[in-house]
Design a protein around this ligand. Structure first.
Ligand SMILES: [Zn+2]
Length: 404
């Protein structure tokens, strides 16, 4: 009887509303699974999620050999997802001694800066994700709060005692995935992040082979729990969900290691349940695209200064411009880009300092506005030899640093 009453209460709490469907999103990072492993195993959860959307390649590591080259290390990747920026901005270079630059807003910060209430949740096998990367409660994040928290298992050795093969980490993932599924089913936070850890540990231990395969498939089952909860909400509560599943880096040859810039370490993947744009289909999606994709889906508005520092572009919906480059020719900087919407007006901005990373503000100067089809813009390089450029079009922004 009690169960029936509870079921009725849950159903009543999420009766479909008339009008626009409430939008909700969840990003799942499952640690360190090479794309070729996902494809060889055809991990059912990921291809189920992709049925109405897409499964495709993505990359981490920034741009090789330039100012944005980024270590293919776990926390570095998580923070690229959170902030939509590479390491030269978010400043997390490894898994310890982390000093994130909170001026580059995380998705949690963006959610809380909206002029409407947005409920957030974190379900995570690694507590540092909340306390350090997201920076919950810190003055630098404006005292940011997360509404629903399920983590701390890695700090609770009584409940999760150390096991052989680090299988206590698998236990955290089991707990995290169960808590995430139950919370999404019952509370449906507007934006949530799930982090699962063990596949990376298994691979560090054994490299490519049957053990990793077994635990990648088990991680798939954990993801299925969450996907089932999302489907429950969509079916019973009239909500529209964005689900993004990805990994934080690939793996070096043999599968044990990662951190460098080899093709297999940079290669990641994304599974999503929503229709993707041409750029994703062309295989150009990156870890830094997840933040702008969530922002677009959730209709989050960003302050100009936060927006123009983001290194990613949405992989859903329209883009006006892509593939920005900056070259030097004598004392001129030559900006180039590709036009997707030829008629879109492109505003070209320059900043001659990099104050944003210290104080969170920048003096951006509008140099001019040209149609996207122009595809290039020239300006003088300042005497200091350093400047930042941002291209602002109606549907997306791009930016580059220039340094001599
Ligand atoms: Zn990792």
């Amino acid at each position: 009887m009690k169960r029936i009453i509870l079921a009725l209460a849950v159903a009543a709490a999420c009766l479909p509303l008339s009008g626009a469907k409430p939008k909700k999103s969840v990003v799942i990072i499952v640690d360190g699974i090479a794309k070729d492993v996902v494809e060889r195993l055809h991990v059912p959860a990921l291809y189920d999620i992709a049925r109405s959307g897409s499964f495709g390649p993505s990359y981490v590591g920034g741009e090789v050999g330039t100012y944005s080259q980024t270590p293919t290390i776990s926390a570095v990747g998580y923070n690229s997802m959170l902030t939509g920026t590479w390491v030269n901005k978010h400043n997390v270079y490894g898994n310890s001694n982390m000093q994130p630059d909170y001026h580059y807003w995380s998705l949690f910060r963006i959610a809380k800066e909206q002029d409407r209430p947005v409920r957030t949740a974190i379900y995570s096998s690694w507590t540092d994700n909340r306390t350090i990367l997201v920076g919950e409660g810190k003055p630098e994040t404006g005292g940011l709060q997360i509404d629903i928290v399920h983590d701390g298992y890695d700090l609770d050795q009584e409940r999760f005692p150390k096991k052989e093969k680090d299988l206590h980490i698998f236990d955290y993932d089991e707990e995290v995935s169960r808590q995430a599924a139950a919370s999404i089913r019952e509370e449906a936070p507007d934006f949530s992040w799930v982090y699962l850890w063990y596949p990376d540990d298994a691979a560090h231990r054994y490299g490519d082979g049957t053990y990793v395969d077994e635990y990648v498939l088990k991680a798939g089952k954990q993801i299925s729990r969450i996907w089932e909860a999302v489907q429950y909400r969509e079916k019973n509560c009239g909500e529209e969900w964005l689900v993004i599943v990805t990994t934080d880096h690939g793996r070096r040859f043999l599968g044990h290691k990662h951190g460098g810039q080899s093709a297999r370490e940079r290669q990641t993947w994304i599974a999503t349940n929503v229709k993707v744009n041409r750029r994703f289909k062309d295989g150009k999606a990156a870890m830094v695209d997840i933040n702008p994709t969530v922002c677009r889906f959730m209709e989050f508005r960003l302050p100009f200064e936060v927006q123009v520092e983001q290194d990613g572009v949405p992989f859903i919906g329209r883009l006006d411009i892509t593939d920005m480059t900056v070259e030097r020719y004598d004392k001129k900087a030559i900006l180039r880009w590709k036009a997707v919407d030829k008629k879109a007006p492109v505003q070209v901005y320059m900043a001659t300092a990099n104050n944003y990373r210290e104080i969170g503000h920048e003096e951006w100067v509008l140099l001019g506005t040209v149609p996207a089809s122009t595809g290039h813009f020239e300006t003088d390089i300042p005497d200091s030899g350093f400047c930042k450029f941002a291209l602002v079009a109606p549907d997306n922004t791009l930016n580059r640093w220039f340094s001599e």
